[in-house]
Design a protein around this ligand. Structure first.
Ligand SMILES: [Zn+2]
Length: 353
């Protein structure tokens, strides 16, 4: 059996995927292409970067030169080591054989492009085809792979069909069904699920948060560790969410005229689509809490200070189908992404409350 290698991959959740990839590292049987799929902000990029940093690390390079994995893994202590030149370069974002491809800003409009373009893929291919001076691994992460244009996907497929040694491609996507089937079938597919509240909470407590605080943040994160870390870093955001929650609860108590006014007020500030979607997500958080109030599970509520208001709200809104409303919110988000008129979407949604 191979010796125990300590992996410095401090990821919240995804134990199975982590173990699978780590075994691939130790047993030197890494795939050429991985497809990480699952919801946003659960840790796909973080894990992809750990894998990249690990194969770049000098300790791994040494290990890779040895021939017998059964005895040689004893030479591995910690991966990535965090101290070698490669690790340091990687941390500073200047490791020469690491490539991150994602949608770029259009310089003319200063807006994020809708797609990853074929030029970006070609540029990546040129870099991957160049010989590495240091005989290093090359790793490319393609983030938001569902936004690859058709031409870009087909070009990428060529790279997948003609693998070069010591090259790893990691495609990240929230919508695997949009990825070319031929790409899917040539990749090692790994599904990321939302992380349990318990796992997030345990992590936050290990970082020194009091249980009540950890509980609040874990609840707000809704299975997305990246969001939890953001809250951990900046606890003011938690307060902002509390204010947001109060606003949404007020909206629930409004009559139709008040709801239309609220929709108008929101679009008046010409918010970006992203910020509208963020707002709707905070509405979902409130509704999930209301469901918990309905079910009498008060210990799971995000903001305990809002429990009395929520109980009142549930009493007044006996007929409101919260589950259906949550679905409507998800539909509204999709429509926003499709550039349907924001005011219409909000009015429609609010009048259904
Ligand atoms: Zn290292």
């Amino acid at each position: 059996m191979s010796a125990q290698v300590e992996f410095a991959w401090p990821l919240i959740g995804h134990e199975k995927i982590k173990k699978f990839l780590q075994a691939g590292v130790v047993e030197r049987r890494l795939a050429q292409t991985y497809l990480f799929y699952g919801p946003e902000k659960v840790g796909k990029t973080t894990l992809a970067k750990y894998l990249a940093k690990t194969v770049f690390c000098a300790s791994f390079a040494e290990y890779n030169k040895l021939s017998n994995i059964l005895t040689d893994s004893a030479s591995l202590s910690k991966l990535p080591c965090g101290t070698c030149e490669s690790c340091q370069q990687f941390d500073r974002g200047i490791y020469p054989e690491f490539y991150l491809v994602e949608r770029e800003i259009n310089e003319k409009t200063e807006e994020l492009r809708q797609n990853i373009t074929i030029n970006q893929v070609r540029e990546l291919q040129n870099k991957l085809n160049k010989r590495s001076f240091s005989d290093s691994y090359k790793v490319a992460i393609i983030r938001g792979a569902e936004t690859l244009t058709k031409e870009a996907s087909n070009a990428l497929l060529k790279t997948l069909e003609e693998p070069t040694p010591k090259t790893i491609l990691i495609l990240l996507t929230t919508a695997r069904e949009i990825i070319l089937e031929t790409i899917q079938s040539r990749s090692q597919n790994l599904q990321f699920l939302p992380v349990t509240r318990k796992e997030i909470e345990a992590y936050l407590i290990s970082k020194g948060l009091a249980r009540s605080q950890a509980d609040e943040i874990a609840s707000l994160a809704q299975g997305r560790p990246t969001i939890a870390l953001k809250y951990l870093e900046n606890q003011d955001i938690v307060k902002e969410q509390l204010v947001e929650s109060e606003k949404w609860l007020e909206l629930l108590a409004q009559n139709n005229q008040g709801k239309l006014k609220a929709a108008e007020k929101i679009v008046q500030g010409k918010p970006s689509i992203d910020s509208l979607i963020k707002g709707l997500t905070s509405f979902s958080i409130v509704l999930r809490d209301l469901l918990l109030v309905q079910a009498g599970q008060l210990d799971l509520i995000t903001f305990r200070e809002l429990i009395p208001v929520m109980q009142q709200s549930v009493k007044e809104k006996m007929d409101l189908d919260l589950t259906k409303l949550l679905q409507r919110i998800e539909q509204a988000k999709v429509q926003l992404k499709q550039n349907v008129n924001a005011r219409l979407i909000l009015e429609n949604l609010f009048l259904n409350i």
